[in-house]
Design a protein around this ligand. Structure first.
Ligand code: ADP
Length: 246
């Protein structure tokens, strides 16, 4: 069984091909990083998973079932989605931001309180932050709140689109540690779009390298470093890691 499967998926915007004939599976409870230059199709790939975009050809399946585009709310309930910035609601407290989806799902109050507490403990946010507003928090703290919100319903699939992009290196490295801890405690299928190969290698079990709408290579850190599948991969890796090489 796969969590998500792409079968010969293509998507164009007018004459611009964003993804061309992509076949790819995402294994349950593993983290996959999707990386590539700007415009290579990363966001399109992510939005094909949550049904925001429909393929022109081919099909996308989630938990072995073709996506039912007539019932996207059902699909999205099973997916957490965190984007760059965090997308927190500025006029809602931290607690309300985190618990919003559960309230909409009519969860009982005590269940909501228990899960919210569990999540802030997991990401190391003090409980007195519940009553604060997003603007009173640092970027890293806001990011943690964003992660809690995306995990509230304990989705089996977690989509992260450049979610750590705007953070300074220290905070980023702290959030990475939280991420790894979370994945150990509550494993889920994670698709992480990034343009940082170091981040991809640190967090992901497999890395998908996209270039001009196509997959250049799918592999582990070791496979990509030791047996790059193309000249593009070689150059891309060298460019991204050149600080280490020089
Ligand atoms: P990435 O996330 O890797 O930067 P995208 O998936 O956003 O790449 O985009 C892939 C290609 O499709 C790019 O050339 C982009 O300009 C084009 N594209 C993306 N969204 C649209 C859109 N809504 N309309 C027209 N072209 C688009």
């Amino acid at each position: 069984m796969s969590s998500i499967a792409f079968e010969n998926v293509s998507k164009s915007y007018r004459e611009k091909i964003a993804l061309e004939n992509i076949t790819l599976t995402f294994q349950p409870n593993k983290t996959t990083a999707v990386i590539g230059p700007s415009g290579s199709g990363k966001s399109t790939l992510l939005q094909l998973i949550n049904g925001l975009i429909r393929p022109d050809n081919g099909q996308v399946s989630v938990f072995d079932k073709k996506i039912n585009y007539d019932n996207l709310p059902e699909l999205r309930k099973r997916m957490g989605y965190a984007v760059q910035g965090t997308g927190l609601f500025p006029h809602l407290t931290v607690k309300k931001n985190i618990t919003l989806l559960a309230v909409l799902e009519n969860w009982q109050d005590d269940r909501i309180a228990k899960r919210a507490q569990e999540l802030v403990d997991l990401v190391n946010l003090p409980k007195d932050y519940f009553t604060k507003y997003p603007h009173e928090l640092s970027g890293g703290e806001q990011q943690r709140v964003g992660l809690c919100r995306a995990m509230m319903l304990n989705p089996k699939i977690f989509l992260l689109d450049e979610a750590f992009g705007a953070l300074d290196p220290m905070t980023r490295s702290e959030i990475h540690a939280e991420f790894i801890k979370l994945q150990k405690l509550e494993a889920r299928t994670i698709i992480l779009v990034t343009h940082d190969l170091r981040e991809a290698f640190k967090l992901a079990d497999q890395v998908v390298i996209l270039n001009e709408a196509k997959i250049e290579q799918i592999g582990t850190r070791k496979e990509i470093l030791e047996t790059p599948a193309s000249e593009f991969v070689k150059k891309f890796v060298h460019m991204q890691l050149e600080d280490d090489v020089s």
